[in-house]
Design a binder for this molecule. Sequence first.
Ligand code: GAR
Length: 202
Amino acid sequence: MSQTEQKSIVVLISGQGSNMQAIVRAARERQWDKRWGARVVGVVSNRPESAGLLWAREQGLATAAVDHKAYDGREVFDAALMQAVDGLAPNKWPDLVVLAGFMRILTPGFVAHYAGRLVNIHPSLLPAFPGLHTHRRAIEAGCRFAGATVHRVTAELDHGEYLEQAVVPVLPDDTADSLAARVLTQEHLIYPRAIERLLAGL
Ligand code: GAR
């Protein structure tokens, strides 16, 4: 299979990138290249110093940093981001763009550019708790269960078709951090699984 026939995946991160790492590992261990001709071609971060970007570089992955602080407004930042994302795909057209802890709100123009190819993971059981501080809000609301959702991205924040969800208990002595850690272990399972289902349908 030539490089341009491959299905390319670009992952966007902002921080430690543990979901990105789970995806890269799953791609290798579960042979996404042999099964679907799919490959993680690169990782982009809006934070040049993010630990996840360093890890990706150490793995030999192509990386790009597009620092949101260097841009005057969301439209220009997203235009630069699009250029970086498309630039990592061998055919200039990634088949999947995976938001994995990417903490910038995207413009409708960006979402439209990747329509049908853009997915996100959100650390709550959507439609509960879109937005930030999901774990604290779940504890404060007295939820007995919390979780994570992989969903397609639409122009509306944390909306779009749900692809996978995972549920974890909220324990009586949970803090936002302990709940986040429990949810994160499940995120690492459901995100690669959701991507595999998408690849099977591409
Ligand atoms: C994850 O919990 C992810 O669901 C969340 O950020 C964390 C990133 O962790 N994403 C959002 O809150 C998006 N609004 P990671 O960098 O270790 O993958």
